[in-house]
Write a protein that binds this ligand. Structure first.
Ligand code: ARG
Length: 463
């Protein structure tokens, strides 16, 4: 380590006593925000290029600084960089190292900026690329769902409301419901890009700067659409963090719902799906067990995401403008939510590849619970000119009759049916067929086989 006065804290000439050990322990964030190094260096390079273009620093100094920054980036990539807690965060760590590499001219780098605008510039850039990575993972997950759906268009199962048999559906239709959800998640993440595309760099500590900077230039260089409009709002704003955490929460909620369905369907009581040994775990005492722990992990982790969103909302509540140390926690919260979501998407993808429907059992369960009762009511409306309410009552009488006789609807004879509704003829027996039932739901978005095939085609074409 070279010896220069910049080896000490930046505020050493003003603040004469060493920070208390305890504060140094809790106040530094380097272990967390070192993940922003690439963005921090890119931001600094764009900044000094702008300073040179605006004749605020010389060509020589600009080049020296860029040389040093590139060297630092390589050091960090190659794990040769020594992160130091006493330098608090990634910004000061990099600045301090720059002094060691290029000497006192490093001091020009912080002209017309503050860590307040620097950190959110880094952070917005990081969240933008995290958004891309999440969307890529969601794309892979959607592909796996479609693949499984394609194999199960004719797999019939009960659709549930209140976990009671409601109406028959195709398993593929159930699966495709999640394609809708994950596509909405992608849309949500993408719609956050509007705010993320406003460049904070150049608002400095909170007022803007007296230097003649060009914020449009740095915006362009760093891939932002435009500079932010108000310097005070900019350093105070963490709405983009909330947006991200909310999108993560909703996506993890979607994951938890499919996980919960699968946990129930995998139970011995339902036994609708099988999980391969790759995605189950055993018990320490019960030798026979194969538990769906990974699905439970997914269900549980959505709780962490909500907690993170709530933490950030609470940190921001009533926080005066503009920058306060309270805000430093935003990165830990976002990184945790992001990492857990990426893991969760990958785990769900893996589970889908190791899951098979128990088709026999699905069909068997679909045959119970008078699941075609609504089909019968619809039939009465269409063929015997009843209002739907009249048909509903009539069907209820038939269901009660079957229940008393301990029969399924399709086990009733035409004579028995005619005793309750004399107008009925042989044709009615078709409505008790489960395939007919599923395939009759041809309204847009319904579970008919053609609808499902069309949706699968549509989403296979989508990128
Ligand atoms: N590490 C700090 C954070 O993430 C950077 C901003 C520091 N600004 C300040 N005025 N102390 O919040």
């Amino acid at each position: 380590m070279s010896k220069n006065k910049n080896n000490e804290t930046i505020w050493g000439s003003r603040i004469k006593k060493n920070t208390s050990t305890l504060f140094r322990k809790v106040g530094n964030s380097i272990d967390i925000d070192k993940r922003l190094y690439k963005e921090d260096i890119a931001g600094s390079i764009a900044h000094v290029e702008m300073l040179f273009k605006q004749k605020i620093i010389s060509f020589k100094i600009k080049n020296k600084i860029i040389y040093g920054l590139n060297k630092i980036e390589k050091e960090i990539k190659n794990k040769k960089f020594e992160f130091q807690k006493k330098y608090e965060d990634i910004h000061i760590n990099i600045e301090k190292r720059l002094f060691q590499i290029i000497g006192e001219e490093a001091g020009y780098i912080h002209t017309a900026r503050s860590r307040n605008d620097q950190v959110i510039t880094d952070f917005k850039m990081w969240i933008k690329s995290a958004t891309k990575e999440i969307n890529n993972n969601l794309d892979r997950l959607i592909k796996s769902i479609i693949k499984l759906a394609e194999k199960n268009i004719y797999t019939i199962m009960p659709g549930f409301t209140h976990l009671k048999n409601a109406q028959a559906i195709s398993f593929a239709h159930y699966l495709m419901a999640h394609v809708e959800m994950f596509n909405r998640d992608k849309k949500k993440f993408n719609s956050n890009l509007d705010n993320l595309n406003e460049n904070p760099l150049g608002v400095a500590a909170l007022t803007g700067t007296s230097f003649n900077i060009d914020r449009n230039y740095t915006s362009k260089k760093l891939g932002f659409k435009k500079p932010t409009n108000n310097s005070i709002d900019t350093v105070s704003d963490r709405d983009f963090v909330l947006d991200f955490l909310y999108a993560v929460s909703v996506c993890s909620m979607h994951i938890s719902r499919i996980a919960e369905d699968f946990i129930i369907w995998n139970s011995d009581a339902f036994n609708l799906i099988n999980l391969s040994d790759k995605v189950v775990t055993g018990s320490s005492i019960m030798p026979q067990k194969k538990n769906p722990d990974l699905l439970e992990y997914l269900r549980g982790k959505s709780g962490n995401s909500y907690g993170n969103l709530l933490s950030m909302l609470t940190i921001l509540k009533g926080l005066p403008l503009s920058y306060f140390k309270d805000l430093q926690d935003d990165k830990e919260i976002v990184f945790k939510s992001n990492d857990t979501l990426i893991d969760s998407i990958k785990i769900l993808d893996e589970i889908l590849k190791n899951l098979s429907p128990n088709k026999k059992r699905m069909l068997e369960l679909a045959k119970s619970g008078y699941i075609t009762a609504t089909d019968l009511a619809d039939y009465l409306v269409k063929n015997h000119s009843m209002s739907f309410r009249e048909a509903y009552q009539k069907t209820a009488v038939i269901v009660n009759f079957a229940e008393n006789k301990k029969k399924k609807l399709n086990e009733l004879s035409l004579d028995e049916l005619k005793k309750i509704e004399p107008k009925l003829n042989n044709n009615v027996l078709k409505v008790f067929n489960l395939e007919n039932s599923v395939n009759s739901k041809k309204s847009y978005g319904g579970t008919s086989f053609d609808n499902i095939k069309k949706m699968i085609m549509k989403y296979k074409k989508q990128k």
